[in-house]
Ligand binder design. Structure first.
Ligand code: ADP
Ligand code: MG
Length: 307
C-alpha cells in the first residue's frame, strides 16, 4: 500500500534522510523508531506529499507521490506531530469543519463524522471544547480528523507523545481495528521502544537518516529483553551474599534495595526460590528493558554514534 524506494532528503549539504526503502502492506501497522532528529518526520512528510524528496520514489496505493500527488493524498489520513487543534471549538464543530475542508460531500458529512467519532471513542465528548479535553482525548480528536475521509493509509507522527499508559492502550485498540479488521495500512513513529512494541507489527529502526534495520516484533522483543533482571528485595546485603558465586548470575549491581543482575530467563524462577528460601523477601521482579541506545548497538554492532 505504501512503497518507499531509495528515498533521500537533503537540506543544503545536510542529508536528513539517506537511501530509505521499505513497504507497508494492507492490514499492518509499521513503526518508525528512532531518536529525535533521526528523520522520522521527514520520511512521513515525504510519504504524505508535504515534502518533495531530493531523490527516490514514494507510491501510495499505486499512485506516485509526486506525479499523482493529489490522488495519493486522498488515500492518506495524516496526524502530524503537534497537530493544530482549535481549543475553543467543540469536538463536533471541529470535525464538521475538517470534513468540509477535506471536501467531503455535504450529505456525507454526518455519516463520516459519526463513523470517526465511534472509531475513536469520542461519543461522550462531542459538545466539549477541545481545550478542556485531556491529552489522550485531544489525540483522539486528531485521529478522528485523520480518518474522516475513510483513508486506506494512516500516518501518525509520534501519536503516543504525552499519552499515559491507558491512552496508549486505547490508541492501540483503535489502530489495530483500523489495520487488522478494516485492512488499512498504518504507519506510526516514536522514539520509545516499548511503545512501538505495543503498537506495531513491524518496526524500522532509523538512525541519522538511515534505515538500519526492519524487525519483526519477535526480533524486537529479543533485542528489548536483555538477560538482566531487576529485583526489589528486603535485604540487599544478604541477596548479594546468596547470589555471589552462583554461576547462573553475573554482574550484580546493588542500589539501596534494588538488585540489577544478569540472569537468563530460564533461571529466574530458581534464583527467586533460592533467595526466598534463604530468607530474602522479594516485592518485585522485572526484566530490565534495553534502552534504545543498547538496541542500536546490538543492531549495528556498535558502529554508529548516538547523539
Ligand atoms: N527544514 C529543515 N531544514 C534543515 N534541516 C531540517 C529541516 N527539517 C528537519 N531538519 C533536520 O533533519 C533531521 C531530521 O529531522 P526530523 O525528520 O524532524 O527528525 P525526527 O522526526 O526523527 O525527530 C534533523 O537533524 C533536523 O534538524
Ligand atoms: Mg519528528
Amino acid at each position: 500500500m505504501i512503497s518507499v524506494c531509495n528515498l533521500e532528503k537533503r537540506y543544503g549539504d545536510f542529508c536528513a534522510v539517506t537511501d530509505v526503502s521499505f513497504e507497508v502492506q494492507k492490514g499492518e501497522i509499521v513503526g518508525l523508531l528512532g531518536q529525535n532528529g533521526a528523520g522520522k518526520t521527514t520520511i512521513m512528510k515525504m510519504i504524505t506529499g508535504y515534502l518533495q524528496p531530493t531523490k527516490g520514489k514514494v507510491t501510495v496505493g499505486g499512485f506516485d507521490g509526486v506525479a499523482d500527488r493529489q490522488k495519493a493524498q486522498q488515500l492518506i489520513g495524516y496526524l502530524p506531530e503537534n497537530a493544530p487543534l482549535y481549543p475553543e471549538m467543540l469536538v463536533q464543530e471541529y470535525l464538521w469543519m475538517m470534513a468540509e475542508l477535506r471536501g467531503i460531500a455535504p450529505e456525507k458529512i454526518h455519516g463520516a463524522v459519526s463513523r470517526a467519532v465511534l472509531a475513536c471513542g469520542l461519543s461522550e465528548k462531542l459538545v466539549q471544547p477541545i481545550g478542556t479535553l485531556s491529552k489522550g482525548y485531544r489525540q483522539r480528536v486528531g485521529l478522528a480528523q485523520a480518518i474522516l475521509h475513510h483513508p486506506s493509509v494512516l500516518i501518525l507522527d509520534e501519536p503516543t507523545n504525552g499519552l499515559d499508559p491507558t491512552g496508549i492502550h486505547q490508541l492501540r485498540d483503535v489502530l489495530k481495528k483500523y489495520a487488522h479488521e478494516q485492512g488499512g495500512a498504518v504507519m506510526v513513529s516514536s522514539h520509545i521502544l516499548s511503545e512501538m512494541q505495543l503498537l506495531c507489527d513491524r518496526v524500522g529502526i532509523i538512525n541519522n537518516g538511515k534505515l538500519i534495520k526492519v524487525c519483526t516484533m519477535e526480533e524486537l522483543e529479543k533485542m528489548n529483553s536483555s538477560s538482566r533482571y531487576i529485583l526489589k528485595v528486603t535485604d540487599a546485603q544478604k541477596t548479594k551474599e546468596l547470589l555471589s558465586g552462583n554461576d547462573k548470575v553475573s554482574e550484580i549491581e546493588v542500589k539501596d534495595n534494588i538488585i540489577n543482575a544478569g540472569i537468563d530467563e530460564e533461571n529466574i524462577a530458581s534464583i527467586v526460590r533460592l533467595l526466598v528460601t534463604g530468607g530474602v523477601d522479594i516485592s518485585e521482579v522485572k526484566k530490565n528493558e534495553s534502552s534504545l541506545e543498547e538496541v542500536f548497538l546490538q543492531v549495528t554492532g556498535g558502529g554508529i554514534n548516538i547523539e
